[in-house]
Write a protein that binds this ligand. Structure first.
Ligand code: GLU
Length: 284
């Protein structure tokens, strides 16, 4: 089986050294295995993603000396496919509409996928059909949440066997066969009234659609894997091998983040630093 890896950045800001590390790791992984390296643009959040950031991703990756297969998959071009997948899950009875406040929803969006959204374990009692119909008629906003209770029912004995192989390390050193524990994330949001998908749904769909065999990404996404494995089981998709790598931190030991205006790759380039300098600082 040919090894296929991917780098899947969101064009919501400029890339920093943490992104470079991730891209270089995924690229090297494919190269060493004589496999393929893909680039995927994760631009489902149209409020934060911009074309100039996408162009900057291409420029930065070329500067790093990487090449990838064409065409590049852009998630914003596949909303229909995500909607169909969502409908499949609705038909299985594992999604439900959740009418939480705008504030809760905003908090959710701001934290996904890296920070963990507050864990929500579903309503104490399901919304009655009448109330749901009434709220829909009022045009209220809602999110499609994955019901872990229903998913467990659908999978039966397979629920207890959900697992993935971790070739790298999780944040607590997890390695090897990892039992999936979706309850750590609770009833996550998979779509919204007006947005066909969330990170979890799109990433699971696309890893399968692109035939990704090895997911190489940062440890900050380790926990999300518990949900991705569950979605793969529900949708009959293969589970890739996972390789979560260490996170690149600043001098204070804090993870580099776009929102904290970490030094960008563009800054590195403009300061006259070479790719070799950058690789060295990343311990590569
Ligand atoms: N798009 C995500 C990000 O920018 C990464 C998704 C993944 O590797 O699964 O952090």
């Amino acid at each position: 089986m040919t090894c296929v890896t991917r780098f899947a950045p969101s064009p919501s800001g400029l890339l920093h050294a943490g992104h470079a590390y991730s891209a270089l790791c995924a690229h090297k992984y494919a190269q060493q295995a004589g496999g393929r390296f893909l680039l995927r643009i994760e631009d489902i959040d149209s409020t934060r993603c911009r074309a100039e950031y996408e162009q900057a991703i291409f420029d930065d990756l070329r500067w790093l000396g990487l090449s990838w297969e064409m065409p590049v998959r852009r998630q914003s071009e596949h909303f229909d496919a995500y909607a169909r997948t969502r409908e499949k899950l609705v038909a299985m009875g594992v999604l439900y509409r959740s009418f939480l406040t705008r504030r809760q929803i905003r908090e959710d969006i701001a934290r996904a996928p890296h920070g963990r959204a507050p864990v929500y374990h579903g309503p104490k009692t399901p919304l009655s059909a009448d109330e749901e119909a009434q709220r829909l008629q009022n045009g209220e906003a809602f999110a499609w949440r994955l019901s872990l209770r229903a998913a467990r029912r659908v999978l039966g004995a397979r629920w207890d066997d959900l697992h993935f192989i971790e070739e790298g390390r999780g944040p607590a050193g997890e390695h090897g066969r990892i039992s999936a524990r979706p309850a750590l994330l609770g009833d996550v949001v998979l779509a919204r009234k007006d947005i066909a998908t969330s990170y979890h749904l799109a990433v699971t769909h696309d890893d399968a659609a692109q035939g990704i065999t090895h997911v190489v990404r940062g440890q900050d996404l380790f926990e999300s894997t518990h949900i991705h494995v569950l979605l793969q089981a529900l949708l009959g998709l293969p589970t890739p091998v996972y390789h979560h790598h260490r996170l690149i931190t600043d001098a204070q030991g804090k993870r580099l983040a776009t929102r904290d205006s970490a030094r960008t790759l563009d800054d590195w380039r403009k300061s006259g630093a070479s790719v070799q300098d950058l690789r060295q600082s990343l311990g590569l």
